[in-house]
Design a protein around this ligand. Structure first.
Ligand code: AMP
Ligand code: MG
Length: 341
């Protein structure tokens, strides 16, 4: 038999237990967390609605880890670094599950775009020294000669590398460079993480790639701005999005140099070895995968309006093209999300 005192103590323990459950459960409030920082060589903007502890720092850790452990071709120990180091050795590299999924998708986009999107452009990107343009704009860029370009083009061609059964094999002199899709892949990984953390809403931008999830506590759709490619201080318009979406933009204003009055931008046409000249100055893709949207934005930029539209539609993605005269072209679906500024 319990004494009256013991019964009171048990009752008190039960009450304290119930109170703490209600405080950590439905009672804890959804808070808005915001942060701006840099990772993967670009600006990261985060807005997260959650009743969890601080998540924005975790997202930055995730991005830094993705760069150093997986995507960076500059880091010898990264997965891409090791794949490239095995080029020409006849030694197949085993892909991690996640990177295998990415490569299977990217290989299909390379095939469907007829090589307009090509993850083997690395040697060409290095010849043009594109990464330097962003960090050292003071220095006069050196434009490669035509014969240098033709020579390096012999080391480019997605169809010459073998991706099968979770492995990848590269011939000598070739390398893989996920520069065109790294930010989109990052959006996929962030979404996967935030969904696991059960956030109620989030909008995260990784440079020109954006992911939206769930909703704001205060209600109303996410507003995603699309930059005017010929006046980057202003928006062309906004996309009103609800729930999970991925948006990627490729534009000739993102990275470029001007030499002797000619503007050279960072999106190369693997068919010619020169910056793409398809009459387009920006392409925005809206869809349900970050990697896909990012690959399509680059491919569509190279292909131009007509062929690019067909490619986007093949993947059931929405597209917005701006041509060099400022004229806009949109898929029907895109029109329903887009509001001109
Ligand atoms: P984005 O801004 O997403 O279109 O990606 C452009 C970046 O991808 C460049 O800085 C290059 O590193 C790389 N790149 C350039 N042209 C291509 C291409 N045709 N296919 C794949 N990657 C490319
Ligand atoms: Mg891209």
């Amino acid at each position: 038999m319990k004494s009256r005192f013991e019964k009171r103590v048990s009752l008190l323990i039960i009450m304290v237990f119930l109170l703490s459950v209600s405080m950590t459960g439905c009672g804890s409030k959804v808070q808005k967390q915001t942060a701006t920082g840099t990772a993967m060589g670009t600006v990261i903007n985060q807005t997260i609605y959650t009743n969890e502890d601080e998540l924005t720092g975790q997202v930055m850790n995730l991005l830094n880890g993705l760069e150093s452990d997986t995507l960076s071709w500059r880091i010898a120990d990264s997965e891409i670094g090791q794949i490239n180091a095995n080029a020409g050795t006849e030694k197949e590299s085993t892909l991690s599950k996640e990177l295998e999924q990415d490569f299977n998708l990217l290989k299909q986009v390379a095939i469907d775009s007829n090589g307009a999107f090509d993850y083997t452009v690395g040697p060409l990107v290095q010849l043009w020294n594109i990464d330097e343009w962003a960090v050292n704009t003071e220095k006069e860029a050196i434009i490669p000669t035509d014969s240098q370009i033709q020579e390096v083009l012999t080391q480019v061609g997605y169809e010459r590398i073998t991706i099968k059964d979770g492995t990848i094999l590269l011939p000598k002199g070739m390398n893989v460079d996920l520069g065109a899709v790294g930010k989109g892949i990052a959006c996929d990984r962030i979404a996967e993480y935030l969904k696991k953390e059960k956030v109620t809403g989030a909008v995260i931008s990784v440079g020109g790639s954006i992911v939206t999830l769930g909703q704001k506590t205060e209600g109303g759709p996410w507003q995603v701005g699309i930059v005017n490619p010929r006046d980057t201080t202003h928006l062309l318009g906004t996309l009103s999005l609800e729930g999970e979406w991925y948006v990627s933009t490729s534009g000739d204003y993102e990275r470029y140099v001007e030499v002797d009055g000619i503007r050279y931008h960072h999106i190369l046409d693997p068919a010619t070895g020169y910056p793409a000249n398809s009459g387009v100055c920006s392409v925005t893709i809206l869809g349900d995968s970050g990697a896909l949207c990012d690959a399509l934005s680059t491919a569509c930029f190279v292909l131009g309006v007509e062929e690019g539209m067909q490619l986007a539609q093949k993947y059931e993605a929405e597209a917005l093209f701006v041509d060099t005269n400022g004229k806009q072209y949109m898929t029907e679906g895109m029109q329903s999300y887009f509001t001109e500024q």
